[in-house]
Design a protein around this ligand. Structure first.
Ligand code: ADP
Ligand code: MG
Length: 657
């Protein structure tokens, strides 16, 4: 209706800027003037119907004046559209209203005006409900915090906090920053950013996140990130930008809406030329609606992004949901993605003449700056054994291979067997072991020192999530830089369709790119620096929230809670969204075609035509608002499919490069 074909303007809501550019949305209450306008039109329409005051016999003065005054907002929109040379519903309805007046149908003109105004109010309400979901998200980032300086606690603006400032959060309070707990203890509800409904215990050293709710105890948190840099701020930013960028399906919707209007006008001209029936011609124009398509599409996408956010997934644009709905392959990285990433040292096997402590110390020096789960495990192992870790001097990380550092005038190389060979360690020296766990090889100054085995557990929900995705018709693939034996074990435990091992980062990217080039819609899920190129190459890149910054930046969607079952939910949300949009397309085309047909044959009174127009558009908008419902409803079928799709499967291919 008022929003026209070229775009979806924000009706019923206004954006204003808050601290640090965090936009907050206020749903505008329904304007009293709009209600009064409709009420007055109703009164005038009754007067016209009962011929209460008609000074002229040839035309209805009251009806004409009422239409022109009451329809002012519609005419204003129409003039704007005319100036912009854009066909909009305001314009088409204006033509219909003027035409109705011209043939002396003042009552019909009044009713059309009333319908359009009422529909605009309802449309504003549905759209602002969509906005409210996002507005609710925004309000969860508090603007004020209790800052502790020395022994004094004072309330300050979050924007004025610095990294390192300690904030105090009372029970029931919203946590204002991302940071680590320095004192106190409590349980925190993190559902908003992780989708996890169980409260999480926080003690000194735990990480706390802005926007989460402190429940039972007192917490003191050292600020690490604030405002839009926090995990929650990122969600808000993503949801906001998702709202600004247009998905291909939205452009398709705009084109379809434009075609529908042109089609209606063509049909009207045709009707008039053949029948010379003015009322039928006007009915043709009145009945054709396109707003269910033009405004319903972005509304559904907006609702879906909001719903995904509440399920712990930051979607950086509606178009990624569109691709996700069409996906046919989903590729997982192994370490840190299907495995938990909190690996630990399982075995230490030094060559003779080297002590366990030396081996661990040398490896830890190389890994001390590493973000990789393997590196973190080795460093943690060294700390546990009370080994003092020497900081390296120069550091060279080769994603998918390992690390080379310089320390105390020697060169340490830690990584895969292949990488050690590349670095000049004689292949014959490296003791190869066939283990279930990932083996990491350590050498110093070209001399092999031994092997450290790192055990990583498969995420508890991974197998069920993969079974669900397979039952939804997706092909599942595991890609890893690790060796075939380890990869095969994980693949078998997860029942993926296929597994490829020994892949360097560029080989992962090439694998994805090749599938994309062959016409598949590919989803890549990863966590590491080594996955970043593949995340970019995929149609939809999904990063684990615990992943490296590079992975999260490269990805289109971030799973904040690292919970793979949210992936299943996400695919369901994407598919439902697409279904809703297509339903709107189909319904609009059907109603318009049938309506125009009936009207052209003179079977539709302009009044009924107006009613059909408004009712069908509202039905589409309401259909779109289904996406705003809470997330759990889509997940109900999960339990059943899980049981059904589990057994009967073996890995079909293991390929080592
Ligand atoms: P995945 O593809 O499963 O996430 P990566 O590509 O990160 O695994 O790693 C592949 C292999 O490269 C590892 O199995 C290990 O041998 C070696 N590697 C990678 N990063 C490191 C590291 N920080 N320290 C030691 N070895 C590493
Ligand atoms: Mg990884």
């Amino acid at each position: 209706m008022a929003n026209g074909i070229d775009g979806y303007a924000v009706t019923g809501a206004s954006a204003c800027c808050d601290v640090e550019g965090v936009a907050t949305y206020e749903a505008r209450g329904v304007d009293r003037i709009e209600f009064a306008r409709i009420a007055i039109i109703a009164v005038i329409a009754s007067a016209v119907w009962f011929h209460l005051w008609e000074p002229f016999a040839s035309f209805s003065l009251l009806g004409t004046v009422g239409t022109l005054a009451g329809g002012y907002p519609i005419f204003k929109g129409a003039i704007k559209s005319l100036a912009a040379r854009r066909m909009t519903m305001d314009l088409s309805m204006t033509i219909a209203i003027v035409a109705a007046l011209a043939i002396g149908e003042a009552f019909t003109a009044l009713v059309i005006v009333g319908f359009v105004l009422a529909a605009e109010i309802l449309e504003g309400l549905t759209v602002s409900r969509g906005r409210t979901v996002i507005g609710d998200l925004m309000r969860c980032l508090p603007a004020r915090a209790n800052l502790r300086r020395g022994g004094i606690v004072s309330e300050v603006d979050v924007a004025s906090l610095h990294v390192g400032d300690v904030v105090v959060v009372a029970p029931g309070g919203l946590i204002p920053v991302d940071g680590s707990v320095v004192a106190g203890g409590s349980f925190v509800d993190e559902a908003r950013i992780t989708g996890e409904s169980m409260p999480v215990e926080k003690t000194a050293g735990s990480l706390a996140f802005a926007g989460t709710i402190n429940q039972t105890g007192w917490l003191e948190i050292r600020t690490e990130r604030r405002g839009l840099d926090t995990s929650f701020g990122r969600i808000i930013e993503a949801v906001e930008s998702a709202d600004r960028t247009r998905a291909p399906i939205e452009r398709l919707a705009d084109r379809l809406a434009a075609y529908l209007v042109y089609f209606a006008f063509g049909a009207a001209v045709f009707t008039f030329l053949i029948t010379r029936n003015v009322v039928a011609t006007i009915s043709v124009i009145i009945v054709a609606g396109a707003c269910g398509v033009a405004a319903g599409t972005p509304l559904a996408l907006l609702g879906a992004v909001g719903r995904a956010a509440r399920a712990g997934a930051v979607v950086k644009g509606g178009r990624f949901l569109e691709s996700l709905a069409a996906a046919d392959v989903i590729i997982f990285d192994k370490t840190g993605t299907v495995t938990s990433g909190d690996a630990r040292v399982a075995a230490i096997d030094p060559v003779s003449g080297v002590s366990v402590e030396t081996l661990l110390a040398v490896a830890a020096t190389a890994e001390v700056r590493s973000e990789h789960p393997i590196g973190r495990a080795i460093v943690a192992g060294a700390r546990q054994a009370d080994i003092a870790i020497i900081e390296p001097e120069a550091f060279d990380y080769r994603p998918g291979r390992g690390i080379r550092v310089r320390s105390a005038a020697s060169t340490i190389v830690v990584g895969s067997a292949a990488y050690l060979c590349e670095e000049g360690v004689p292949a014959g020296e490296i003791t190869r072991i066939e283990a279930d766990d990932t083996a990491v090889f350590v050498a110093r100054d070209g001399r092999f020192l031994g092997t450290i085995c790192v055990a990583d557990t498969i995420r508890s929900e991974a197998a069920a999530a993969i079974a669900d995705l397979r039952s939804m018709g997706l092909r599942t693939t595991l890609l890893t830089g690790d060796v075939a034996s380890v990869a095969r074990n994980v693949a078998q435990a997860l029942c993926v369709d296929e597994v490829f091992s020994g892949l360097l980062p560029d080989a992962k990217r090439a694998h994805v790119a090749q599938l994309v080039a062959a016409g598949s819609v590919v989803v890549m899920v990863g966590d590491g620096i080594n996955d970043a190129p593949a995340l970019v190459a995929a149609n939809v890149g999904i990063a684990m929230g615990s992943g490296t910054d590079v992975a999260r930046e490269s990805a289109d969607i971030v799973l904040l809670g690292n919970d793979l079952s949210h992936l299943v939910e996400l695919v369901k949300i994407a598919r439902t969204t697409k279904a809703v949009i297509l339903q709107n397309f189909a319904a609009t085309i059907a109603v318009d075609t049938v309506g125009i047909g009936l009207a052209a044959f003179g079977l539709l009174h302009p009044l009924l035509a107006a009613f059909i127009h408004v009712a069908s558009e509202l039905a589409c908008l309401l259909n779109s608002t289904r996406m705003l419902a809470p997330p759990n409803r889509l997940g109900e079928a999960t339990e059943k499919t899980r049981v059904a799709s589990r057994p009967s499967h073996t890995v079909t291919s293991v390929v080592e490069r």
